[in-house]
Design a protein around this ligand. Structure first.
Ligand SMILES: *Cc1c(COP(=O)(O)O)cnc(C)c1O
Length: 419
């Protein structure tokens, strides 16, 4: 359930007609619903209610907008961050440092120091050399880094190849069969408080089975590590729950996910940690766009919209489907391709799709755009950086300004030897 619904013949975000935002802010623009974000944050938490005090860390790469993070902080979520920049955002949103987890294969020593200076809660180490560097950086600062070792369980998450992270050939984590030896070595280092393991096998998962298989392997590994004399107190089960992109698509609910986890982990005796991303903001956001013109073509006409792949990259990156709906549907349907103005064939949102009939000047939305949307935006083709709006009941606020090409141009300079 989301709060982008038709009322009196046009789509509203909560109680704000989208036509109003188009008039006042212009398009393209991302629009988030506070009520939907809060609802999804609570539904996810409720799904885990059978667990004892799970730690919830929002994977902020899914939507790092400060206002979104503020809502997540108010809902009691910490953050899973993958860069120093994301760490500063989480702190700026008021998330307590101890609720921040730092993931990613390429943490630099400077980023490690930054995390240690802020006393963040946990580093998820992705390799033996990274663990050695973290221990020596922490030791030099007179600190102990709380950490888990990220395990690559070699499980096929059955999702798009570019968002699959738990197969042996992926860059993430250490191979599960090598994990005990690496754990022994890292746990013995000064500066290191290695207290558990982490796993995250991929994103937009449509089935629970791959997760369950991965978690069972983690359970066996925990027993083995304990057998080797290690004290395991924290296990981070990552994120990855998928979301429906079309009416009627079935995805595992947070309740089913939580039940599976309660069953698989019942004897683990650890604090479980979670890094949900997409499942919270994806359907709490839409990208509002205006049709520039309809270009006739041999097979289907191209509906050319003012949003493009630089604003919403997922269709060009992952062949992702985003439902397209007219803001004021007239009841008719047409077969069309939907494309943006960028000079790339990949700047195509849909080919040969039945959509609401639209014509030049009409407003429309791409749904399910609240995750991995604005955060991936660029200024390719010297287009403005897309703005973001948060709706709350009958009011809204701009929560990220449109950054105009002039501002970006002003950050460039021509060296005098080119004059
Ligand atoms: C991206 C990511 C997540 C979140 O994934 P979603 O599919 O958006 O839930 C969680 N943990 C790690 C380590 C990630 O890289």
């Amino acid at each position: 359930m989301d709060h982008f619904q038709l009322k009196n013949g046009e789509i509203y975000a909560e109680d704000v007609p989208l036509t109003r935002i188009a008039q006042e802010v212009a398009s393209p623009v991302y629009i988030y619903s506070r009520a939907t974000l809060e609802r999804h944050a609570r539904v996810f938490r409720d799904g885990l209610s059978k667990l004892d005090n799970p730690h919830l860390a929002f994977a902020i790469k899914a939507n790092p907008n400060l206002a979104v993070l503020k809502i997540m902080a108010n809902e009691g979520y910490g953050a899973d961050v993958v860069s120093g920049g994301e760490m500063e955002r989480a702190l700026a949103a008021g998330m307590p440092p101890e609720d921040i987890i730092f993931s990613g294969v390429g943490k630099t020593q400077e980023e490690m120091r930054q995390g240690l200076r802020h006393n963040i809660g946990q580093f998820n180490i992705e390799s033996e050399p990274e663990g050695e560097e973290l221990a020596s950086v922490a030791h030099a600062m007179g600190q102990q880094a709380s950490a888990t070792l990220r395990i690559n369980p070699d499980v096929d998450a059955q999702t798009h190849a570019k968002i699959s992270t738990g197969k042996a050939e992926n860059k993430f984590g250490v191979a599960i069969d090598e994990a005990p030896a690496i754990f022994d070595r890292l746990a013995s280092l000064d500066g290191m408080n290695l207290r558990g393991v982490a796993v995250h096998i991929g994103s937009q998962l449509g089935k629970l089975e791959p997760l369950e298989t991965a978690f069972e392997k983690i359970g066996a590994l925990i027993a083995q590590l304990r057998g080797n004399g290690h004290i395991i107190t924290h296990v981070d089960l990552g994120g990855g729950l998928g979301v429906p992109h079309k009416e009627g698509e079935a995805y595992p609910s947070p309740m089913d996910y939580g039940d599976m986890i309660a069953r698989v982990t019942k004897d683990w005796g650890v604090r479980l940690m979670f890094e949900p991303g997409r499942v919270i903001p994806a359907n709490a956001g839409v990208l509002l766009t205006r049709v520039i013109r309809v270009k006739p073509a041999k097979i289907n006409p191209f509906v050319i919209v003012d949003a493009a792949m630089n604003d919403l990259a997922r269709p060009s990156l992952y062949d992702a489907f985003h439902d397209f709906a007219a803001v004021r549907p007239n009841g008719h349907k047409m077969m069309a391709n939907i494309a943006g103005p960028v000079c790339e064939t990949g700047d195509t949102f849909a080919m040969g799709r039945e959509i609401d009939t639209v014509e030049a000047g009409d407003l429309a939305i791409f749904r399910t755009a609240g995750a991995y949307g604005a955060t991936m935006a660029s200024t390719y083709n010297s287009r403005p950086l897309v703005p973001e709006v948060m709706v709350d009941g009958d009011k809204y606020a701009i929560v990220a300004n449109r950054i105009e090409p002039e501002t970006i141009l002003a950050a460039e300079q021509v060296p005098d030897w080119l004059d």
